[in-house]
Design a protein around this ligand. Sequence first.
Ligand SMILES: Cc1cc2nc3c(=O)[nH]c(=O)nc-3n(C[C@H](O)[C@H](O)[C@H](O)COP(=O)(O)OP(=O)(O)OC[C@H]3O[C@@H](n4cnc5c(N)ncnc54)[C@H](O)[C@@H]3O)c2cc1C
Length: 360
Amino acid sequence: MKSLKENFQKAHIVIIGSGIIGKFNALELSELGFQITIIDPNQLQNSSNAALGLLMGNMYQKRRGRSWDLRKQSIELWPQWISFLQKFNYELNIEKPLIQLTTNEEKFKKLEKFIYENDDQNLRILEENSIFINNINKAFQTNNIKGIISFKDGRINAVSLLKTLDKYLKHKNVNFLQGEIIKIRKSNNQWISTTRNHENIKSDIVILCNSLKAVDLIDSLSHNVKLKPVLGQAMEIFINDAQVDLLSLPKQFSINGKNIIPKSKNKLIIGSTDEYSTMPEESIFEKLTNFLDKRPSWLIKGIISKKWYGIRSRPDGEASPIMKNLENGLIICTGFYKNGILLAPACSKWVANEIKNYLY
Ligand SMILES: Cc1cc2nc3c(=O)[nH]c(=O)nc-3n(C[C@H](O)[C@H](O)[C@H](O)COP(=O)(O)OP(=O)(O)OC[C@H]3O[C@@H](n4cnc5c(N)ncnc54)[C@H](O)[C@@H]3O)c2cc1C
């Protein structure tokens, strides 16, 4: 019998969970020639489908450590993956730039310091009389908004990205099973993943990308993995005011920590919240629109035309995300309570390298 190393590309990898992290791992590993099976009971109801898709990499202010390294690597990988995935959806794109605004003088000073200290052509302070600031002040009836612009950051439509990945994975004959894994165990050097319907799936490697439920499948105490739920809500608001044209605003920006995406002349998306619970808080409109001392009247009168939420997992007692080689052939890549869309390329690359090291 040939060893695993000889059978490198024939190795069968089971990915548990088909959010952005599971699907991106499948993309990276299928390109390396592995046989992949992804298993998920419900690939549409996860936090990835709720994401706003903002890629805040370059404007991240801590320019060292693991978190920055992952961001930096993802910023570099994203354009390559976009041109690759455009073969499956030519409209897939990262809308740039991204604008970060504040009305807090102290926070603005920090942003200014960050820009001066980083000689980065892709980051600038927005001039007080720039068209962006003028239009934002006019629309939000303010005069004290300040901020920065990042030409390298932007937004990808998360749902469109997931659908494009589905097309790619189908083209690569990646096996997709609808089912919930309730147990994993090792037997004769192979991993056996058991579904709720008592089906056993054998593989050489298992990657856990199933967020909060990952801890149910491992001995979380001996592996020291703890995750807690963080619910995030977002909403689309319809504005009934002929004086306001939301399309005069930048395509994506944040004010005092709330992300805003104008969709049309009279619709915008605002998100998201961080709720340490599994039940969405009720006062969502108040929570998401209260980002200025005085809200403009059109915003107060706005009507929620859609709202949604997703539950992400946050590592408890360690930094996000959790990327660990738990034991031979068992990898965990989860705990993306924020920035899972942004970080997917770098984290999948890490997983692929771990697998290559394991098999060689
Ligand atoms: C409102 C909101 C806005 C956000 N905005 C952004 C943003 O702008 N930019 C950004 O980068 N990130 C954003 N995020 C965060 C981002 O959505 C997450 O970081 C990312 O989606 C996490 O992906 P995931 O694949 O780890 O988890 P998920 O997408 O939650 O996927 C986990 C999957 O595992 C499956 N699963 C669970 N248990 C099992 C089992 N036993 N067997 C098989 N499958 C199982 C689930 O069905 C699910 O499909 C946002 C999140 C929310 C909620």
